[in-house]
Design a protein around this ligand. Structure first.
Ligand code: HEC
Length: 101
């Protein structure tokens, strides 16, 4: 093999490897920056916010004072199914309802 061919092949390999490195690092960068934004601005919604949004969709959101803790446990289970909420969200709503009655 001529020396010039070796140089060309080595060059090509470096080019391909370089593409991999840049590709991986830019994906990683996007991921970390999205996570950092979430943490910085704390986009996690409070139980009260979730209650205002989710429980007003079909009927007026009932006031936390309307029911006691035992009732809220039952209602939360019932409305979690109706509203198709995640366990995480309904837990936050339930916590809010029980803390404010
Ligand atoms: C998809 C529509 C829908 C959403 C969203 C919804 N509800 Fe309901 N809710 C109903 C319906 C329909 C009833 C009447 C009872 C039944 O048929 O299930 C009801 C009844 C109730 C009742 C009366 C007691 C009972 O359990 O039947 C309470 C209290 C209540 N909802 C609270 C909530 C809360 C709190 C939320 C938010 C987490 C919520 N609802 C979200 C549809 C909804």
């Amino acid at each position: 093999m001529k020396a010039i061919h070796k140089i060309i092949i080595t060059g090509l390999m470096l080019f391909i490897a370089g593409g991999f490195i840049i590709g991986c690092s830019s994906t990683k960068h996007k991921y970390t920056s999205a996570t950092t934004v979430g943490e910085e601005f704390n986009i996690e919604k409070s139980g009260a916010q979730l209650w205002g949004e989710a429980c007003n969709r079909c009927h007026l959101a009932p006031s936390p004072a309307d029911y006691n803790d035992t009732d809220w446990s039952t209602i939360s289970l019932h409305m979690r199914v109706r509203a198709n909420l995640t366990e995480h969200d309904i837990n936050k709503i339930e916590e809010f309802l029980k803390s404010a009655n």
